[in-house]
Every structure is written in C-alpha cells, then in structure tokens.
Write a protein that binds this ligand. Structure first.
Ligand SMILES: [Zn+2]
Length: 345
C-alpha cells in the first residue's frame, strides 16, 4: 500500500464516500475565510482528508487569547505575532504535504473579494464578522459558488449551506446585518471551545460532501446547537428562497459593489484592537519604516509585519498592504489619533 492510499484508507472504506469521493475531493479547491477557531477546525479536516487545494484568508495575528480554542496555533506563534493565515498554513503543511496550501494575510473587502474568492469551488465561512458574510454571499451568488455559513459564540452556534440557484441564500434568511453592538461576540460573551469544534466539524462535513460529489447528502437546514443546554434544532430551509431577495432574487450585489471608501477606515476588531485600513491598497516598505520608527518605540520585525510598541503600552502592527492594527485601545478615535501621530506624513 502506498503512503497515499494508506493515508486515506479509513475514509475511502466508508462506502457511501468511497474512492470516487476521494478522487473528487483531491480535485477540489476551497477558500476558508477567517482562520479563527472555526477556520482552524475546518482547514484541519479538509487538509487531512486530502482536499486538492486550499486558500486561508485572515487579517489578524495570533494572540494569547486565541490559544484556548484556535487549534492550529502555538505559544510561539502568539509570542512572535505571526499572521494567522501564515501560522495556519505552516502548521497544516506538516499534516499533509500533498495539499496545495495558500496563505492570504489580508483584509477581505469589496475591492479584493472577487480576486480572492471567485476561483474557488467552495467557500467556507470561518469569520465572526457579519459584513464579511454578506460579501461572501454576494460573490457566491454572483459566480454560482456554494458556501457554508457558520458562527459560534458562548456555547451555541449555527450553520447553513448555501448552494446558489438551489437553496435560499444567506440574505433570503437574514436580509440585513444586525446593527453594530446588537449581537454577542466572543469578545463580549466569551466562548467555550467545544461549540466551535462542533460547528466547524459540521461545516467540514458539508464541504467533504460537496467536494466529494455528494450534494444530495447536504443537510438542507439552518442547524442550531446549544451545548450549555445540550439542545439541538434543525430548521429546514427548503421553500425559504425569496423571489424578492436583493441578492439571489434581484441579483443586486450591494456588499460587493460597495463604493470604495474615500478615506482610510478605522474599525473595532476586538475589544482592544482597532484596524485602520487604507482606502486604496498601499505598498509599505517595512524595512525603511523599521529604521524610521525606532525613535518612537520598540520595533520588532518578522517576514510578514512590523510591530511597534509605544511607551504607553499601545502596539501598532503594520502590514505591507498598508493596514495597521492598533492594539491596546478599543476607541477608534484614539487609535486614529495615534495612527496619525505616528504614521501620517
Ligand atoms: Zn437570497
């Protein structure tokens, strides 16, 4: 038995999947958006199961508060502040060298979503950001790509699989994002790790069915699980497609076609982190900046980013595409002032 056939022997032996499913999976290409707890579970399963190619998208770096639930990261990753996409890719390559693994340490937005998503056979949602889900839904419906929504917070979570043209889309069920601050997040409500394993595993199973060619086995529902109350529910989504859905009914892609913002934008992306993203992609010369910023604080450089720690404990993380994470404050205005003070010409 060759290492390759031995590697997948147990899943091929599951006869409804079989060698045919395995061969199709090996041709499959999935993009995982968000490499937090869900993304780690999903990518782990898909890479070990023998997907052909996978792209991991995440804008953030590994931090200590991630380690209790984000299974692909190590203490060394948190210490050195490696981008999650890079840390995950490096770890996953040690699990299965046959898979083509791409890391994209970028912020998915309307400007780059088509180039990062539209070539995929499947998109899997590992993000905790509502705006990004509507963006994924737009790209998926526009290009006819299936996608698997998932979310988890506290001890409960939900998932649904969207097959454009066949099932309702995300917007059929949830026409618009909830107002900011109106829903729980892992920052505000916390999260107990087993729920993300459960939801991520449900998503990975749907991905394996889809890429393996067994679409008829999809669960066809909005699944909900609460592991604190040990309560499970399954709401069938057949018949929930809406002819007047702005996205799949009218084919208006509001989130994808969002007018590019005129000014760089500061958004809260964690209780103590604000991201400032340029309106247009930039090319920062991090080596030059490292020299220049030495006077402002302690500068650390790794292959992917530059980290500047100021005297007052605020840390700026600079990426080559011009994005900056201001860590140590939850106030976008303060973050903007620090950004302008240190980085504006
Ligand atoms: Zn729809």
């Amino acid at each position: 038995m060759s290492p390759s056939s031995e590697r997948y022997a147990r899943q091929v032996r599951f006869s409804p999947f079989g060698m045919e499913g395995q061969k199709r999976l090996a041709q499959g290409f999935a993009v995982v958006v968000g490499m937090g707890a869900l993304g780690c579970v999903i990518a782990n399963h898909l890479v070990r199961a023998g997907i052909g190619r996978i792209r991991l998208i995440d804008r953030d770096i590994v931090s200590w508060s991630n380690l209790h639930r984000q299974l692909l990261y190590t203490e060394a990753d948190a210490e050195s502040g490696v981008p999650k996409a890079e840390a995950a890719a490096a770890q996953l390559r040690t699990f299965n060298r046959q898979v083509a693994i791409e890391a994209a340490a970028v912020d998915l937005n309307s400007g780059n979503a088509e180039s990062l998503l539209a070539d995929a056979d499947l998109i899997v949602d590992g993000t905790d950001h509502f705006g990004v889900r509507y963006l994924i839904n737009d790209v998926a419906v526009k290009f006819g790509i299936p996608w698997i929504y998932g979310g988890a917070v506290g001890a409960s979570g939900m998932t649904m699989t969207i097959v454009p043209g066949e099932t309702p889309c995300y917007r059929c069920l949830f026409p618009s994002p909830p107002p900011p601050g109106s829903t729980d997040t892992c920052e505000t409500a916390g999260v107990l790790p087993p729920i993300v394993d459960l939801i991520g595993s449900l998503q990975a199973m749907e991905a394996i069915k889809l890429l393996g060619g067994y679409k008829e086995q999809l669960h066809g529902a909005l699944l909900h699980a609460d592991l604190w109350k040990t309560d499970f529910s399954k709401m069938k989504t057949a018949g929930a497609r809406r002819a007047d859905c702005p996205c799949c009914g009218i084919r208006r892609f509001d989130y994808l076609e969002a007018v590019v913002r005129g000014k760089s934008e500061a958004v809260l992306c964690g209780r103590e982190t604000v991201q400032i993203a340029p309106a247009e992609p930039l090319q920062l010369h991090l080596d030059e900046m490292a020299e220049r910023l030495k006077s402002a604080g302690r500068v650390e450089r790794n292959p992917w980013l530059l980290r500047l720690t100021l005297e007052d404990g605020i840390t700026l993380v600079l990426f080559p595409d011009g994005r900056v994470l201001v860590q140590g404050t939850g106030d976008p205005d303060l973050a903007r002032r620090i950004y302008d003070r240190i980085l504006a010409p």
